[in-house]
Design a binder for this molecule. Structure first.
Ligand code: SF4
Ligand code: SF4
Length: 118
């Protein structure tokens, strides 16, 4: 089950969850999110948000969801809209690992093109 961030998030004074996420699933308010090399509209402009398709409850990385572990106001909670089995979470983790490889390749191609035009 993906986690979600509730309205209790104190995003104007806190950002401790974002760097803890192994899947880069947490984004600052108003910031577009990335998936498979494309950017998407932010899911919230008011508070930090979690992209359900990128949250795996931290399986394969940590024993417990890291955002929930560090949040000072306990506003990272399971999202009942995304029930998932452990197997499904591991499959999502594998998909996201491929995403990281794809993004890295895209960056390498862009870098090569930049170098060719200089
Ligand atoms: S539970 Fe883990 S993977 Fe999901 S948003 Fe929190 S830190 Fe990221
Ligand atoms: S740790 Fe909690 S309060 Fe801080 S930005 Fe993340 S969700 Fe908001």
């Amino acid at each position: 089950m993906a986690l979600m961030i509730t309205d209790a998030c104190i995003s104007d004074r806190c950002d401790v969850c974002e760097p803890e996420c192994p899947n880069i699933a947490i984004y600052a308010p108003g910031r577009p999110y990335e998936l498979f090399g494309d950017d998407y509209e932010p899911l919230s402009t008011e508070k930090y948000y979690i992209v359900p398709g990128k949250c795996t409850e931290c399986v394969g990385f940590h024993e417990e969801p890291q955002c929930a572990a560090v949040c000072p106001v306990d506003c990272c909670v399971p999202d009942p809209n995304y029930p998932e089995t452990k197997d499904e979470l591991y499959a999502k983790k594998d998909m996201l690992e491929r995403d990281k490889v794809i993004v890295q390749r895209i960056e390498e191609i862009k870098e090569r093109k930049r170098n060719q035009t200089q």
